[in-house]
Design a protein around this ligand. Structure first.
Ligand code: ATP
Length: 445
């Protein structure tokens, strides 16, 4: 029953309904930069909260952190980013387009022919993806700072602080959500790959001998997370990195991929980063980052790290693409976003059947009551069917309609977005009924 959305459909719905706009649109837009509108910011915050709750609140061995974007420049030397965080870049001498050499067909690289126009390609040159800027008024080498290309390093440099002040004992994790920046050569596919994006990362510190065990555990937990968020399992799969794909810090890496309208692509990476980062920070900072394990008879070691690294903005795209559906109501096409109720920007729409005879006032009162617990929206304009359709399009899972009967027996109609089923519910039980429906939500297959 589900219809896959094309990217054009999705981009246009996102614009029309206030999810995502092109950045600086009135100036012609900035390539690959996007702004989250009133619906989009709610959705993004809810995806973030869903992850945060899952990773911190539901795990007593994980704590949170919010490190700054600008860090000491030595951090990026230690991490290997200054040296290794590069992509091979080729230019077409004819059409002037720019490509990542590893993202165009091998035969084009061999023949030096542009995949778009057949023109001659330059030799590949390494291009560092980090954005460089300066602190202070003088642009000297000594004032260079980078916009962080990953949030992970903020966690590693705070490892000791967290051990000492939060009294965490291995195995434990540190979770963080924040902006990251990469000067990507090719940005396309809407918010899939952008230069400015947000990551949701968790670094799990372990004894080196436990790496296989925790790698398997986190791989599975992260896969199940997307299912709990309502993403269809048939569109999720693992992809193991081959030797030529492995990042400079990784011993083993799996991606969780999603089947986007433009094909299977990475959504999250799970990496065994070994002791690479902590060891390098020890070398570069000359600080002791070893861990004294009193549960292992006082053994002192540099912990290994299992990293789970997801893109927040990429998850938003996944959620939107996965939720999009079309069906037919009374001979008319209905666009419905089957968002998990915990992610939907608005949880309950409240509507008076008509404005007069005190129904509007009654509906307003119900909406004001519900807003303490749910994100609500009051709408009294137009035919009731049209009002439902507007909410379906932004994924509002519940609609409450106040009619003449409501005045007599203080019941209302509760409409479910997915099934369009309508049931009568006493106003006094509305809140609890919705709460239960959110908890028991299953996406129709
Ligand atoms: P790629 O090889 O596709 O450039 P990557 O493997 O380097 O990506 P990671 O460094 O593992 O990506 O980043 C972890 C996660 O951060 C990715 O799974 C993705 O969800 C997100 N991410 C990375 N780069 C971007 C980007 N440019 N725009 C949006 N999200 C991104």
């Amino acid at each position: 029953m589900s219809s896959a959305a094309s990217m054009e459909t999705l981009v246009s719905l996102c614009k029309r309904r206030g999810f995502i706009y092109q950045s600086s649109e009135i100036y012609g837009g900035l390539a690959s930069a996007w702004d989250y509108g009133p619906m989009g910011v709610e959705l993004k915050n809810r995806v973030q909260n869903f992850w945060w709750r899952e990773m911190t609140q539901l795990h007593d061995d994980i704590v949170g952190l919010d490190a700054s974007i600008l860090m000491h420049p030595r951090v990026w030397e230690a991490s290997g980013h200054v040296e290794n965080f590069t992509d091979p870049l080729v230019d077409c001498k004819k059409c002037k387009q720019r490509f990542r050499a590893d993202q165009i067909p091998a035969e084009n690289m061999i023949s030096h022919k542009c995949p778009e126009c057949g023109g001659e390609l330059t030799d590949p040159r390494q291009f560092n993806l980090m954005f460089k800027t300066h602190i202070g008024p003088v642009e000297s080498e000594g004032s260079v700072v980078y916009l962080r290309p990953e949030t992970a390093q903020g966690i590693y440099v705070n490892f000791k602080n967290v051990v000492q002040t939060a009294r965490m004992r291995i195995p434990f994790g540190i979770a963080q959500v924040g902006k990251a920046f990469r000067n990507e050569i090719t940005t396309k596919n809407f918010i899939f790959r952008t230069c400015e994006f947000e990551q949701m990362e968790m670094q799990f510190f372990i004894h080196p001998s436990d790496d296989q065990k925790y790698f398997e555990q986190w791989k599975q937990e992260r896969f199940d997370f997307y299912k709990r968020m309502g993403i269809r399992e048939s569109r999720l799969r693992f992809h193991q990195h081959g030797p030529d794909e492995l990042a400079h810090y990784a011993k083993i890496a799996f991606d969780i991929q999603y089947e986007f309208p433009f094909g299977w692509k990475e959504l999250e990476g799970i990496h065994n980063r070994t002791d690479y980062d902590l060891r390098r920070h020890m070398e570069y900072s000359k600080k002791d980052l070893t861990y004294l394990d009193d549960l292992r008879e006082g053994e002192r070691y540099i912990p290994y790290v299992i990293e789970t690294s997801a893109g927040l903005t990429r998850t938003v795209l996944t959620v939107l693409a996965d939720a999009y559906d079309e069906d037919e109501v009374e001979g008319e096409k209905r666009v419905v976003m089957r968002l998990h109720p915990e992610l939907a920007p608005i949880t309950v729409g409240v509507f008076p059947l008509v404005k007069k005879d005190g129904l509007a006032e009654m509906a307003r009162e119900i909406e004001r009551d519900l807003r303490h617990e749910y994100a609500t929206f009051y709408d009294q304009g137009g035919a009731i069917g049209r009002r439902y359709r507007r909410q379906d399009e932004i994924g509002t899972p519940f609609g409450v309609t106040v009619d003449y009967q409501s005045k007599e027996d203080r019941t209302v109609t509760l409409r479910y977005r997915d099934s369009m089923e309508q049931v009568r519910v006493p106003i006094a039980q509305l809140s609890e009924t919705i709460r239960r429906a959110v908890r028991e939500y299953r996406r129709p297959t």
